[in-house]
Design a protein around this ligand. Structure first.
Ligand SMILES: *[C@@H]1O[C@H](CO)[C@@H](O)[C@H](O)[C@H]1NC(C)=O
Ligand SMILES: *[C@@H]1O[C@H](CO)[C@@H](O)[C@H](O)[C@H]1NC(C)=O
Ligand SMILES: *[C@@H]1O[C@H](CO)[C@@H](O)[C@H](O)[C@H]1NC(C)=O
Length: 356
């Protein structure tokens, strides 16, 4: 009986010892692992494995459902001002056009198969003397039809039809070597400022807008929660009453920006191909160019009257999915520039006096 009791005590003691030894071993292992994983005592002790990662273009990987890694939105910072080469190119362009008149402007009006709208717009613009209007050039993109002949209006303004080499939105932004003025009013055949307001808009460009796109129709770029840019009409809500683009339906540009847009700079070549592939967004692209080079936003100008826009039943901006396509342009162009160049502007200029 006693012997049996002693034997059971021994067995218990043996199990305790085994348990203690095992616990001590586990604890020691944990300490060793923690010490190894912990921060190195000195930064120099930190040795990263010398592994070369393969170059994988994440955007080219197939989309795996439920796996978000392959279409995570890419984030691009605001563009900085450290852009020596582009600025050199722009400066050369400015010098090139220095000899052109700076107190007159040219209208470059794009048209495509809308003779009624074109005639009406020309009729209004040519109905009154506009002191600083030097010439109207109609960018004729309807290649199937011959344009009417050039003429001179009763107000003395020459009107010249320029047939495009192809039906491309880039044709409107060409720095035509025959232009005689530094200022070009980019416009479409269905939208105009009334004549007196047009002169006012040009004088505003001269005083405040030579380094900005200066015109009538503002647009906005706003990021969503994930950082994707969305294109939209602007809002007057107090926390968002800003704009960052003026579309080229009706806006003044300095020749040097058109020159840069049309240059052989590699980014600009890609941008023009993109505009041709999508038949869209040349106006967004020109806003990117100007703000990229100047670090400044555009300038909205309101005449005494609102600009006139026929809002035709047909036209690019009336197609369904227009805003989505324009948003895609914002994101694709940001990728091409490698940064977001647009700059918000909070003010605009309006003709007339405020009587207090
Ligand atoms: C400006 O850009 C150049 C080349 O892109 C780079 O070497 C330089 O460090 C940059 N300077 C600043 C102040 O960011
Ligand atoms: C302009 O301001 C809006 C609203 O405040 C903001 O969401 C947006 O990011 C800004 N856009 C740019 C290009 O900085
Ligand atoms: C690019 O354009 C500049 C000036 O416009 C010209 O001097 C240069 O030769 C052109 N380069 C190429 C590769 O075409």
């Amino acid at each position: 009986m006693v012997a049996k009791y002693i034997a059971s005590l021994r067995a218990l003691a043996a199990r305790r010892v085994v348990t203690l030894v095992a616990a001590a071993f586990v604890l020691a292992s944990v300490i060793v692992i923690l010490v190894r994983l912990g921060p190195p005592a000195k930064l120099n002790d930190l040795k990263l494995p010398d592994v070369k990662l393969p170059d994988i273009d994440m955007s080219k990987l197939p989309n795996i459902p439920g796996f978000s890694g392959s279409h995570e939105p890419e984030h691009y910072e605001k563009c900085d001002r450290n852009i020596t080469e582009p600025l050199k190119l722009w400066k050369a362009a400015q010098q090139k056009y220095d000899k052109l008149m700076d107190d007159k402007f040219t209208i470059a009006m794009q048209t495509y198969k809308r003779p009624k709208e074109l005639d009406e717009t020309l009729r209004v613009i040519l109905s009154e003397k506009i002191a600083s209007l030097h010439e109207i050039v109609i960018i004729w993109n309807n290649l199937e039809e011959k344009p009417p002949g050039n003429f001179k209006s009763e107000t003395g303004v020459p009107v010249r039809y320029r047939v495009s080499e192809r039906n491309s939105l880039n044709m409107k932004l060409l720095p035509d070597p025959d232009f005689k003025t530094q200022a070009v009013l980019l416009s479409d055949d269905d939208v105009y400022y009334k004549p007196q307001d047009l002169e006012f808009a040009f004088q505003t460009w001269r005083k405040f807008g030579q380094h900005r796109l200066t015109g009538a129709l503002p647009r906005c770029a706003t990021p969503d929660a994930e950082g994707n840019w969305g294109y939209g009409f602007c809002s007057k809500d107090s926390n968002q009453d800003v704009y960052s683009m003026i579309i080229t339906n009706l806006c003044f540009s300095h020749m040097s920006f058109l020159d840069y847009y049309s240059s052989n700079n590699t980014v600009m070549q890609k941008v023009r191909d993109y505009v041709d592939d999508h038949f869209n967004c040349e106006d967004i692209a020109l806003n990117y160019v100007v703000s990229y080079l100047t670090g400044t936003g555009p300038l909205l100008v309101k005449g005494r009257d609102k600009y006139v826009n026929y809002e035709p039943a047909q036209g690019i901006s009336k197609k369904p999915g227009h805003l989505e396509a324009r948003s895609k342009c914002l994101n694709d162009l940001t990728k091409m520039f490698g940064c977001m160049p647009l700059v918000n502007e909070t003010a605009h200029i309006e003709r007339g006096v405020i009587v207090l």
